[in-house]
Ligand binder design. Structure first.
Ligand SMILES: Nc1nc2c(ncn2[C@@H]2O[C@H](COP(=O)(O)OP(=O)(O)OP(=O)(O)O)[C@@H](O)[C@H]2O)c(=O)[nH]1
Ligand SMILES: [Mg+2]
Length: 342
């Protein structure tokens, strides 16, 4: 059972105050609590999150996916620096696909982002993948909310994946960017992976590689035109994090899409999936997905089936995640009576 904020222990009240005061240490501690699998910690994390929810939800959420080595982290560092130069505060959540195997994060060595990590307006956090396919877990969603409450208005999630595994990043990001590097056959892989999720923007990294980068742009356009009806409309851009070539246009495109989504002005012909609807429709779908994942994890499919009465409330809700969190807490109380969490 999730305690009410006023009943929280002082340590947790301090955590909430610290996050809202934009203290990086408090945010880091809150995320550690969110990621903990310890039962007590999970209850505390839920209570802290509930108190933070009123201050969350307002960021431009960008998901960056692509094969290993595609240049995602290097690109994110360049993007982050550009975005900060425009007055934003940026949080980067790098999902480490190896941590579930090795038990520890190797991102310390792998995520360079040295310049970005020196910026006071940046917060970089490796995140364990928990063994899930695209490396995005329900914890990522909760972590995003904590970052937003701490005043980060751009949140970037890096995840390894091609095609199918992007389904999960779709649940947490409003804009999904697929990165392909020149000469690696990423476009082909993308095509083979099927049509599960079409990104909002496709990006060829390492544009400084010249002709092979230009060829990759053409390949990716070809792959998209075959992928799904409407997918040929997905913009294919290219940039180099190394030279800065193409970065300005890309930053512009991402921020413009974020702003348009925020006004629910982006209605793109009901294509559905990654392309469809304004922000409120996306957030309702994301809140449902979060609720489904977290309840199914704790109580199984049968437990989730019992949620039907709560799900109806989310349609048209102004703060669907808040409704979902409340539904999860209520459902949890109801389910705890009849179910033993696995
Ligand atoms: N020439 C060139 N090389 C780049 C560029 N961006 C990244 N690289 C190189 O590509 C390699 C992989 O870059 P990362 O940014 O670590 O790629 P990643 O997609 O984050 O890799 P994983 O996290 O392991 O999946 C590194 O050796 C980078 O130096 C670029 O714009 N131009
Ligand atoms: Mg990386």
């Amino acid at each position: 059972m999730v305690p009410r904020p006023r009943d929280l222990p002082s340590a947790d009240l301090e955590l909430i105050g610290g996050v809202l005061a934009r203290e990086p240490r408090a945010l880091a501690k809150t995320i550690t609590l969110i990621e903990s699998t310890h039962g007590d910690h999970q209850a505390r994390a839920q209570a802290v999150l509930e108190a933070l929810l009123a201050h969350a939800g307002g960021s431009i959420r960008i998901g960056i996916s692509g094969a290993p080595g595609a240049g995602k982290s290097t690109f994110i560092e360049a993007l982050g620096l550009h975005v900060i130069a425009r007055g934003h505060r940026v949080a980067v959540l790098a999902v480490d696909p190896s941590s579930s195997i090795s038990g520890g994060s190797i991102l310390g060595d792998k995520t360079r982002m040295e310049k970005l990590s020196m910026e006071p307006a940046a917060f970089i956090r490796p995140s364990p993948s928990g063994g899930s396919l695209g490396g995005v877990t329900e914890k990522t969603r909760e972590t995003i909310l904590a970052c937003e409450a701490a005043g980060f208005d751009v949140v970037i999630v890096e995840t390894v994946g091609v095609g199918q595994s992007e389904t999960e990043i779709e649940d947490v990001a409003d804009t999904v960017v697929f990165c392909a590097q020149p000469g690696a056959g990423d476009a082909l892989q993308f095509m083979k992976a099927g049509v599960a999720e079409i990104p909002h923007l496709a990006l060829v990294t390492k544009a400084d590689m010249g002709a092979s980068a230009r060829r990759a742009v053409a390949d990716l356009k070809g792959a998209l035109s075959l992928a799904a009806p409407g997918a040929e409309a997905v913009p294919v851009l290219s940039c180099s994090a190394a030279t800065g070539e193409g970065m300005g246009d890309l930053v512009e495109a991402l921020l413009a899409r974020g702003a348009a989504l925020a006004q629910d002005g982006l209605q793109d012909g009901g294509k559905g999936g990654a392309q469809g609807g304004g922000l409120s429709a996306r957030r309702v779908a994301q809140a449902r997905a979060w609720l489904r994942r977290s309840v199914t994890a704790a109580y199984g499919a049968e437990g989730f089936a019992r949620l039907a009465p709560f799900l109806a409330e989310m349609n048209g809700a102004r703060a669907p995640f808040r409704v979902a969190a409340a539904a999860k807490a209520r459902a949890g109380r109801a389910l705890d009576v009849g179910f033993t969490p696995q």
